[in-house]
Design a protein around this ligand. Structure first.
Ligand code: NAP
Ligand code: F7E
Length: 334
């Protein structure tokens, strides 16, 4: 019998890579997508898999639609990736962030408990839950949690609901505490993609600068394609558990700028970068990096793509995209 997987957030970065991985493994993939006047399937299209994913319309805020979908699909595995995932927006929209990230997760856990309690459940938790833990670096599964943004608080609550449904009702529910992971499919508002898109625009003369916030923040940036493998591995174990997924190496936004501009032959990026207070956060996490030894030992998972390879991959993808937008020189229009 075909294995069925249900992915919320299928139109997002991780949803696209996870769909690709599961299709390669022979799963039938069902993806929750919210109704929109302009469908947002570009990532599934870029990977060439849109026609292989069963798109199911629904919303994390609508418990009824989630319940009906889980009842009809009865998946073997559920991956809960849907979220208001942009930390910066969570101060402006704390209610929405909580409704989608916390209550949405609760609606989904309840649907699984009610209609298919044998289903294996993955929750997309985050290193943001640690807050400013640089006294406890690197962070692992035992590091104290002290969230610093509405996003982090909403994810912390969803994390504990996941653990609680495992402990209270015996659900096979795992929480993956993933550190930042990026790719050419990353949303444009996140700093990595904002930089690689900006570098490509500067290279082709479409823009003259990139406006950024705090350049000193450090993150543990890995490749999303590597990280979705860890999600799948968590659900293949004998017992449900929680795992940190990270590279163990961190870099500052400045390092990212160095590497991204170097990829187009620019060694001094300072003339092309302006700092704008609009992109500063009310509460910033200065430094995050994780220790994924539990995942390495128990899941046999290891990141494959290095920081340098990741940045190069993202710059190259944006150069290809922007090249297509480049105005045709007047001389060749005749
Ligand atoms: P993403 O690209 O922002 O994707 C988020 C997805 O959630 C999109 O498909 C979005 O749909 C969907 N969504 C948002 N609100 C929804 C709603 N009300 N109902 C249904 N779907 C909704 O995020 P990502 O980078 O792939 O991350 C995947 C998950 O991992 C998220 O939960 C994120 O918080 C978590 N996470 C990410 C990272 C990271 O570094 N990427 C690290 C740790 C944890 P639309 O396309 O319609 O907007
Ligand atoms: O910011 C700084 C910013 O928005 C990274 C999400 O996937 O990972 C992501 O959250 C750093 C921060 O990601 C700009 O202040 C400077 O220190 O790319 P980001 P994030 O906030 O780390 C975690 C693990 C998640 O769970 C989230 O869902 O970069 N920064 N200047 C900037 N950030 C942005 N976005 N834009 C700037 O102009």
């Amino acid at each position: 019998m075909t294995k069925k997987a249900f992915i919320t957030g299928v139109t997002g970065q991780d949803g696209a890579y996870l769909s690709q991985l599961l299709l390669e493994k022979g799963y039938e993939v069902y993806g929750l997508a919210r109704r929109s006047s302009t469908p947002n399937y570009w990532r599934l299209e870029e990977l060439g898999i849109l026609d292989q994913v069963h798109i199911m319309e629904g919303d994390m805020n609508d418990a009824h639609s989630l319940g009906a979908l889980i009842k009809s699909v009865k998946p073997l595995e559920v991956y809960n990736l849907a979220a208001q995932s942009f930390v910066g927006a969570s101060w402006q929209q704390p209610m929405l962030t909580t409704e989608v990230n916390t209550l949405g997760t609760l609606h989904l856990l309840n649907a699984v408990k009610l209609y298919c309690p044998e289903t294996r459940f993955y929750q997309a938790s985050t290193s943001e839950m640690y807050g400013n833990s640089h006294f406890d670096s690197p962070q692992d599964e035992l590091t104290p949690l002290h969230p610093k943004s509405p996003y982090a608080i909403s994810k912390l609550a969803a994390h504990w609901f996941t653990v609680n449904y495992r402990e209270s009702f015996g659900l096979f529910a795992c929480s993956g505490i993933l550190f930042n992971h990026e790719s050419p499919l990353r949303g444009i508002e996140f700093v990595t993609r904002k930089i690689t898109d900006g570098v490509a625009r500067i290279k082709f003369g479409l823009n003259d600068h990139i406006a950024l916030g705090n350049l000193d923040a450090k993150r543990d940036w890995g490749f999303a394609g590597d990280y979705v493998k860890a999600m799948w591995l968590m659900l293949q174990q004998d017992n449900a558990d929680d795992y940190v997924i990270s590279t163990g190496v961190n870099h500052s936004v400045r390092d990212f700028l160095d590497t991204a501009f170097a990829a187009v032959g620019i060694s001094n990026w300072e003339p092309y970068v302006r700092q704008d207070s609009k992109f500063m956060r009310p509460s910033e996490l200065n430094e995050l990096f994780g220790k994924s030894s539990k995942a390495q030992e128990k899941l046999g998972w290891k990141p494959k793509v290095s920081f340098e390879e990741l940045v190069k991959m993202m710059v190259e993808a944006d150069l290809k995209r922007i090249e297509k937008l480049k105005p045709i020189p007047a001389i060749s229009r005749t």
